[in-house]
Design a binder for this molecule. Structure first.
Ligand SMILES: C[S@@+](CC[C@H](N)C(=O)[O-])C[C@H]1O[C@@H](n2cnc3c(N)ncnc32)[C@H](O)[C@@H]1O
Length: 218
């Protein structure tokens, strides 16, 4: 493995472990980092390398743990990442982490409320959108998310850890003949959504068991 990649792997591992410790010591939910699991990060990386989206949007940056995974894959395929979070303190940390990982030139951080970002960026087009934020608002945001999405891939975290919160979005997706969706049991569960391709058989998303890594918090 390339030295630079190994250094980022070590950085990611330390960042994840310190995030877990921080969250364990933090009582207030809003102050927790709530990072994706390492297996989710690796899955996102493989997905980006396979699908090669050119423009990626992440909704929910926190301190940028997931952004480093996504940013590294984006750099490998020549893509750019926009990542949105309303928490300025978290974004300061995310910036530092992206600088430390050498990925700053591939990622733009937007310190903004997501509803506002979506309203202001109606003209943008993203091939891949990763949602890891306020799940209770996914159904409300969906029309705008769909409008700025080219149809390649949408990924939402926490589909199996918080299934009830996904019901309103799933009801919308079930009504949309243009779309295909399914849940992979990676990390806390990933809902994958893609444009239905008539040439591709439907229902091709299968439940894929990927065992969590030691120390993962569900
Ligand atoms: C689960 S954390 C993201 C974790 C991050 N993806 C990672 O794995 O490192 C969710 C983030 O969404 C942000 N958030 C929640 N509601 C938001 C909103 N309406 N607009 C912008 N950010 C929001 C929170 O500030 C929090 O940092």
């Amino acid at each position: 493995m390339h030295e630079e990649e190994q250094a980022i792997d070590r950085f990611l591992q330390e960042l994840y472990e310190s995030g877990v410790r921080r969250d364990e010591q933090t009582q207030e939910n809003a102050r927790k980092l709530r990072n994706i699991t390492p297996s989710t990060g690796r899955f996102l990386e493989l997905l980006i390398e396979e699908e090669r989206p050119q423009r990626i949007l992440e909704l929910g940056t926190s301190n940028g743990y997931s952004t480093v995974w996504v940013g590294r894959a984006a750099a490998a395929v020549g893509a750019t990442v926009d990542s949105v979070d309303q928490n300025a303190e978290r974004h300061q940390e995310a910036k530092q982490n992206l600088v430390a990982a050498g990925l700053c030139s591939h990622v733009r951080l937007h310190t903004q409320e997501i509803g506002e970002f979506l309203a202001e960026n109606r003209q943008q087009q993203y091939d891949m959108i990763f949602l890891d934020t306020d799940r209770r608002r996914y159904a409300q945001w969906w029309p705008q998310v769909r409008q700025i999405w080219t149809g390649k891939i949408v990924v939402c975290d926490n589909a199996t850890s918080h299934p009830d919160e996904f019901q309103p979005l799933l009801e919308i997706l079930d009504q949309d003949a243009w779309l295909d969706h399914g849940v992979l049991t990676v990390g806390r569960g990933l809902l994958l959504i893609r444009q239905r391709n008539e040439a591709r058989p439907t229902g091709t998303f299968v439940s894929l068991e990927v065992p969590g890594q030691a120390g993962e918090v569900i």
